[in-house]
Every structure is written in structure tokens, then in C-alpha cells.
Design a protein around this ligand. Structure first.
Ligand SMILES: C[S@@+](CC[C@H](N)C(=O)[O-])C[C@H]1O[C@@H](n2cnc3c(N)ncnc32)[C@H](O)[C@@H]1O
Length: 263
């Protein structure tokens, strides 16, 4: 069960582009989050999801994170697609953000089947993506996804997030997608470690900010942190930028394009 109280406040507070005075966030809502996913990609993506939905071969996973509320240690691709992946409207959001901001260097913490990775890569085909996954079997399934899409420019790393972030910094990422280990304290710890891997315009995307009380508390801590001048609550996901040139402001946004779609 997601944090229902905060979802209720999301629906009450969420704005469209009207009422947004920051030009940066206005553009985000008016242009970025209204981008249509490329037609051919959309068709191929539907076929891919249909294939994954039929894949019920069980495999064992090692979960280094907060675990799943619904799944055991034995999972299928079908289950991962439907319970813990960036398909649906938040897959579109990843595509739109990558398409609009055209990041050169992307980091994803939490690969799973590689569904989020594929959305980011198709949005910004020239980007180089590093994606980190703690479970070797799950990562091998993601590699099958990347082969299916014939994607290059993706580096997969089998490590815990902590091990990966302890490595020397060799690049400052333009976009960082944090989508694993949904525990409030760990999320804040990763954000701290990520500061040296990022620059002032880096976009941090947090998934599942309403997954639990402690994830919601972590999101509120990030929103009130003086270092982060732009924070955008999109319901399931939260977007964060340092952008020190901008006045600190928090936005709760529900793009018009979503119409009546829920999460
Ligand atoms: C929600 S899934 C990722 C979904 C994917 N990003 C997408 O968009 O479809 C989270 C993944 O993170 C991995 N994970 C969780 N905690 C981890 C940790 N501390 N270190 C490494 N991997 C972790 C899990 O094994 C799981 O496959």
C-alpha cells in the first residue's frame, strides 16, 4: 500500500502549468512533460511488454534493498514488469526527461529488467548510461533486454549502491535516477554520496517517494534542504535540482497530458 495520505494531498495540491511562475519549471511542464513518445518506439515497447507479460519462468533474486511488499525471493519477468518497473506513465516521464534535457552521462541505481534504462536511452540515444544492480541474476535479465533492443552505450555494474558510490569519482552525471533500496535513511545517504558525482544542473529523479512513511519523510527532508533549489513532486516520482541561480521553490505538478490516468 502506498502512502495514501500523501497521495491525497498530491491530488489536492497538484497544479498544471498555470500558476507556475518559474520559467524553468514552466518549460518542464509545458514542453518536457507534454512530449509524445516517438511512435515507433511506442509500438515496439508495447510488443516488448507483451512478451515480458508472458514470461513466467521463475528465478531467484538477491534483494539488497528494502525488499518488495508483494514479491518473494523467487520472481518472474512478468512480476517484475507489473510490480517494480518504470512502465506506464512514469516510463514516459523518464523518456520525456531524457529527451528534453539530453544528458550525456546518466546513472541509474537499480536496474531490475532494464525497463527504466531503455526509456532513458530511447529518450537520449547519445547518452552513456551506467546502471547499477545488486542481484546478478536480475542483471542478466536486464542484459537480455538491452540485447533485445540492440542498445549500446549502456554499462552494467553488478554491485551494491554503496560499493559503487565508494569508487573514485570519474564523471559528474547530468541525470541520476535513484530507483532501488526504498528506505528513507538509505535514500538520504545515497543522495549525500551522489553530491560528488553531480554538478549544479544535475537532475536527480527519485522513484517511489510515497512508497512508505520513511520514504515520504526522506522526500520532505530533501524538499527542505537549502542546497536543492528546485524540487518537483510528480506523485510517484520526485525531481530535484541544485540550480543555485534559482530562488528555492517546491512544486507539485500533475501534467495535463496524464488526463485521468492514475499511478
Ligand atoms: C524498483 S527496481 C528498479 C526498476 C528499474 N529502475 C526500472 O525503472 O524499471 C529496484 C532494483 O534495485 C536493486 N537494488 C535494491 N537495493 C539495492 C542496493 N542497495 N544495491 C544494489 N541494488 C539494489 C534491486 O535488486 C532491484 O532490482
Amino acid at each position: 500500500m502506498q502512502h495514501s495520505r500523501s497521495y491525497w494531498s498530491f491530488f489536492r495540491q497538484a497544479k498544471g502549468r498555470h500558476g507556475v511562475h518559474s520559467p524553468f519549471v514552466f518549460q518542464l511542464v509545458d514542453t518536457c512533460l507534454t512530449t509524445k513518445v516517438e511512435k515507433n518506439f511506442n509500438i515496439l515497447r508495447k510488443k516488448w511488454y507483451a512478451q515480458l507479460k508472458h514470461d513466467r519462468e521463475p528465478f531467484s533474486v538477491i534483494d539488497l534493498g528494502a525488499g518488495s511488499k508483494q514479491l518473494s525471493q523467487t520472481r518472474t519477468k512478468q512480476q517484475l514488469l507489473t510490480t517494480s518497473s518504470s512502465s506506464g506513465i512514469y516510463g514516459d516521464v523518464l523518456y520525456q526527461l531524457a529527451y528534453f534535457f539530453k544528458p550525456s552521462h546518466v546513472l541509474e541505481l537499480g536496474t531490475s529488467l532494464g525497463i527504466g534504462t531503455v526509456q532513458l536511452k530511447m529518450g537520449a540515444p547519445k547518452s552513456h548510461i551506467i546502471t547499477v544492480e545488486g542481484c546478478p541474476t536480475t542483471l542478466s535479465k536486464a542484459c537480455q533486454s538491452f540485447d533485445y533492443w540492440k542498445l549500446d552505450g549502456i554499462t552494467t555494474i553488478n554491485a551494491s549502491f554503496k560499493e559503487f558510490l565508494a569508487q573514485p569519482v570519474f564523471v559528474q552525471y547530468d541525470l541520476i535516477f535513484i530507483d532501488g533500496h526504498h528506505n528513507g535513511d538509505s535514500t538520504l545517504e545515497y543522495l549525500e554520496l551522489l553530491q560528488q558525482h553531480s554538478h549544479e544542473e544535475t537532475l536527480f529523479i527519485f522513484d517511489d517517494i510515497r512508497w512508505s512513511d520513511d520514504m515520504w519523510e526522506a522526500w520532505k527532508t530533501i524538499v527542505s534542504d537549502e542546497r536543492f533549489h528546485v524540487t518537483v513532486d510528480l506523485g510517484r516520482m520526485g525531481l530535484v535540482w541544485r540550480r543555485p541561480q534559482q530562488l528555492k521553490e517546491q512544486f507539485t505538478i500533475r501534467p495535463k497530458i496524464w488526463k485521468n490516468k492514475l499511478f
